[in-house]
Design a protein around this ligand. Structure first.
Ligand code: TYM
Length: 334
């Protein structure tokens, strides 16, 4: 690997991604991969914190791998791998668990939200989720972690754990910084603009999936909740329109001022169609490319295999250091 800083990020293959995941994460991954030694993971172990149908999880994992590639992640430059293929992730998570306190995990917003949503299955993994995420990041001596705004609290914990460990054992971990995009770091639901757009929303009209075709995208935007007056401006009093403008600007690379001018005097109907059109113009070719890549499972397997081999080598450097520091006797192969 070239002498550049290390970037790590991951996405859960827990369903077809939304344009929230695209704008908050993947779009920035593509932009940053030239400037960093980038490592991207499919956080499949994380998905198990919510009960999964095994066949669907397998399908979603290939879908996500293909989508990463279709969105421009270049495996000549970056490492792409499945978290479960590198066992060091689970191993470091165990060690970090011994440095983390239940109170730090029980106050996490995502844990509280997911506990409400999955009352019948509030398992230890759901609570421990941020520790595994910290292991993901710290294993690679990561300096930059591009994420959407909802993951900020988890990144803070990764930083705290790194500092806590380093304070006892010396400089073992790099303390990572978050990279949260200036706009679209928190794309909101189309049905309720006070809620985050989420791939697990039961209301299919609340999100645009990266698998939606043009007609579906435009239909969903037409139904998007807006506000009472007819002004198309960004304002805290207009969460629905502000969210649509944010999406429009992120997909067209226009500024809010440009977009506000463009739609000055126009009605919500025309505006919503224009947003749908702009989104479909980007999502359509990505979906087609993703489906093409998805048809070649052998290729995807080879990409993930190569990624896992490269990731494993890097991960075990850090893990061995950690094991040594805490006093575990290294295995002597005789
Ligand atoms: P996940 O799979 O929920 O989401 C993947 C990425 O998409 C971002 N995101 C959003 N951004 C803007 N608007 C939205 N509505 C929106 N919804 C999701 C997320 O912030 C995230 O960046 N715990 C992580 C996966 C993970 C990870 C890691 C990330 C595991 N290990 C290590 C970074 C580093 C998660 O569940 O993301």
């Amino acid at each position: 690997m070239e002498d550049k800083k290390i970037l790590f990020s991951a996405i859960q293959p827990s369903g077809i991604l939304t344009i929230g995941n695209y704008l908050g994460a993947i779009k920035n991954f593509k932009k940053l991969q030239d400037d960093y030694n980038s490592i991207f993971s499919l956080a499949d172990l994380h998905t198990l914190t919510v009960r999964q149908d095994p066949a669907v999880l397998r399908k979603n994992t290939y879908e996500l791998a293909a989508l990463y590639l279709a969105c421009g992640i270049d495996v000549e430059k970056s490492i792409l791998f499945a978290q479960s293929h590198v066992s060091a992730h689970a191993e470091l998570a165990w060690i970090l668990n011994t440095f983390c306190y239940p109170g730090e995990l029980s106050r996490m917003t995502q844990f509280k939200d997911k506990s409400r949503k999955h009352e019948d299955n509030i398992n230890m993994g759901l609570m421990d989720y941020p520790v595994l995420m910290a292991a993901d990041i710290l294993l690679y001596q990561t300096e930059l972690v591009p994420i959407g705004a909802d993951q900020k609290q988890h990144l803070e914990l990764a930083r705290d754990l790194a500092i806590r460990f380093n304070n006892i054992y010396g400089d073992v971990f790099k303390v990572p910084e978050g990279y949260i995009g200036k706009s679209a770091a928190r794309v909101m639901s189309l049905a309720d603009p006070t809620k985050k757009m989420s791939k697990s929303d039961a209301n299919l009209n609340a999100f645009i999936s990266m698998d939606d075709d043009k007609d579906t995208i435009i239909r969903k935007f037409k139904r998007a909740v807006t506000d009472s007056d007819n002004k198309i401006i960004v304002s805290p009093e207009k969460p629905g329109i502000s969210n649509l403008l944010t999406i429009y600007c992120a997909f067209t690379e226009k500024s809010f001022e440009q977009a506000e001018q463009e739609f000055d005097g126009k009605g919500y109907g025309d505006f919503k169609i224009a947003v749908g059109q702009a989104v479909a113009d980007v999502v359509d070719p990505i979906r087609e490319e993703k489906n093409k890549i998805l048809a070649d499972k052998a290729y995807l397997d080879s990409v993930l295999n190569m990624g896992a081999e490269m990731a494993e080598r890097l991960a075990y450097r850090t893990l061995s250091k950690v094991y040594k520091k805490v006093g575990l006797v290294p295995r002597k192969r005789v």
